[in-house]
Design a protein. Structure first.
Length: 260
């Protein structure tokens, strides 16, 4: 089974690329983030023509997540159980489903945090704690289980092209990394993808200042799997090619192959 995660940065703007990538990559299950569309706007029909169905949590704003599968969807849960709201709104940042009857996945879009000291930063840490509590049972279960998505945190200094520009900013702070460590502490492993170019598998490059051609990236799109999931991994890589060209997302897909 081939499973991937991709911050699509607007599924409407990126739909031709998404459909083409699904066909060419042979992906069975894709977790997407930042769909930026409502449920009514989601391209169910176009995906159905390729043999995929989707579990979607979206409200038409700048968030939105989905699990897209051609091997079936069961036991869908929309939202983060016990998760906090922001400005009184429960944002659509999580959806989970069992695919192919063999693997349970979460697609998550962790809050950005904006800046240290901002209310959104506190919200980010609260959201992480709710995620840790929500996935604890699955993390220790016998079924292959993974939490995939845009975590908006670089786990280590090596996951940032240069730490100096990020000093005093979000995505690299100790509390954020401690939240990641607590999530792994439930029984999850960071499935490290191999880079298809250069020496580190960055997954995100800013649109500005030629960040992509200069490889000034970050690894913030992560796959955290439990022991049965990690044991089944036969390969993992960042599809850097999909970050190239006109109309690309600023994130590249992270692909994981499983023997299940």
């Amino acid at each position: 089974m081939r499973i991937a995660t991709w911050n699509i940065n607007s599924i409407t703007a990126r739909l031709p690329r998404l459909l083409g990538w699904l066909e060419s990559s042979g992906t069975d299950v894709l977790c997407v983030q930042e769909t930026k569309c409502s449920d009514a706007q989601f391209p169910y029909d176009e995906l159905r023509e390729l043999g995929y169905e989707a579990a979607v949590n979206a409200d038409g704003r700048w968030n939105g997540v989905a699990v897209i599968s051609r091997v079936g969807l069961a036991d869908v849960v929309k939202g983060l159980p016990g998760g906090p709201g922001y400005d009184g709104v429960q944002e659509p940042r999580a959806v989970s489903a069992t695919c192919g009857g063999t693997v349970r996945v979460w697609s998550v879009y962790v809050p950005n945090g904006r800046e240290i000291g901002h209310a959104h930063y506190a919200y980010k840490l609260e959201w992480f704690e709710a995620l840790r509590a929500a996935v604890a049972d699955g993390a220790t279960g016998d079924l292959p289980f993974a939490v995939l998505g845009d975590y908006n945190v670089a786990p280590t200094d090596e996951d940032v092209w240069d730490t100096a520009p990020f000093e005093g900013q979000t995505h690299v702070t100790a509390p954020e990394r401690e939240a990641l460590a607590a999530l792994r502490g439930t029984g999850l492993t960071d499935v490290m993808p191999r880079p298809l170019k250069y020496d580190h598998p960055y997954t995100y490059w800013d649109y500005r200042q030629l960040a992509f051609p200069k490889n000034r990236g970050m690894r913030i799109d992560l796959v955290y799997g439990n022991a049965p999931f990690a044991k089944a991994v036969s390969d993992a890589y960042v599809d850097r090619e999909e970050r190239k060209g006109k109309g690309a997302s600023d994130h590249a897909p992270v692909v994981v192959d499983l023997d299940v």
